[in-house]
Design a protein around this ligand. Sequence first.
Ligand code: HEM
Length: 415
Amino acid sequence: MSAAIRSESDLRFPIDLSSGDFAAQKYTHFYPRLLESAPVCSGRISLLKLQLVSRYEDCRLVLSDERFIRDRGRAKGKPSAGPLPFPLPKSVAALAGSMIYADDPEHRRLRNLVNKAFTAQAVSGLEVAVDEWSRGLLEGLSEEGAVDLLPTYARSVPTRVIADMMGLELEDIGHFEQGMRVLSEGLSGVTLLRTLLWDLWRTATFVRGVIARKRRSPGDDILTALIEAEDQGDRLSEDELLAMVFLLMIAGFETTQHLIGNGVRVLLEHPDQVDRMRSEPQLWDSAVEEIVRFRGPVHGTKPQYATEDVEISGDWIERGTPVMPLLGAANMDPRFFEEPEVFDVARSPNHHLGFGFGAHFCLGKQLALMEARVSLRNLFERFPNMALALPSDQLEIVNVPGWHRHRSMPVVLTS
Ligand code: HEM
């Protein structure tokens, strides 16, 4: 541990995950100190107070030990409760009621209904199309001046993929994008009320319209399959369907967009590793896993609630307390990873937590890895002399709690 990290004394508690400081300095300041001297500590996201755990083994425990569940109400021995500590208007409550907030057996039942679409086999069937879309997009990028790769490329590939898988028109995506932005950014700021009462209502109405349209004209896609899905005679209710569509849309392209964006930066900062992949292209698979570990886009899971008092790394988590495992910190834990601060495209084994762990382990992992591998490989092959258009320390990290994502990724593309 570096001499600069003396103790937890230069940390202020609760750690504010919604602050710009945390967003910008998580790797350089916060994570090393938390891992070393405050592995369990108090944190907050806006007004929501929670406990944070940062060490690898502790995060795994919180995500897999049956003393932790997602249902806030049941953890305290009360009736089941929604994910937020206040009631949501009925018209939008369904959006927040997805399986990511559910415990087994409801969780398993819902997950079983969508599993099939995301198996390795189903995903490999999409690779040719993803390759074609990515190459088409790259041909359209200008080689003059700086290009922001986030909207022009990193976002477009996963948007196209998820629209195709869900059987949506590309125009529908604009509505979803708006809804997703408010869900990931609006729930943590001063715009909370507007988000809940207006933006989410509008998005819910839109999604209900899409579902109705799909009922009238079914296709060969996930949405049709979900509408028709029967799991041992059990069907999704209208609200469950709404929540599932929304979850898949959010999970399906915000994450992948920022994995590709973060990946561009990491690779440009490690040209020796890119050179290595030129002679050993089979390393692209492990390289993308390493990007997820080293600068993955998702840094925290949904809160887990303790159903009894639990001791972790010498601290007690009280019953009913929401706990957020800091996946980004765990992936830098020197107790688990050898030289975690080294970016190594050939790292093996690489059991990082960038896709979560336990029952809610990412459903779309295979899809995300394939999209990122194809998109990044095509980009670096097409523009071998690409460079960041700004010094990398001037790239802005957006402060969205639980994420590591850039405001923009400006590059100069030179063949
Ligand atoms: C780089 C890309 C991605 C990353 C880093 C990522 C990360 C994660 C993480 C950390 C979780 C666990 C969340 C929690 O425990 O609260 C999760 C869950 C989930 N992910 Fe991903 N994800 C990615 C891409 C995708 C894609 C492309 C899809 C599908 C379209 C997807 C679908 C899901 C779903 C449905 C869940 C919830 C699973 C459940 O509750 O059982 N993800 N993801």
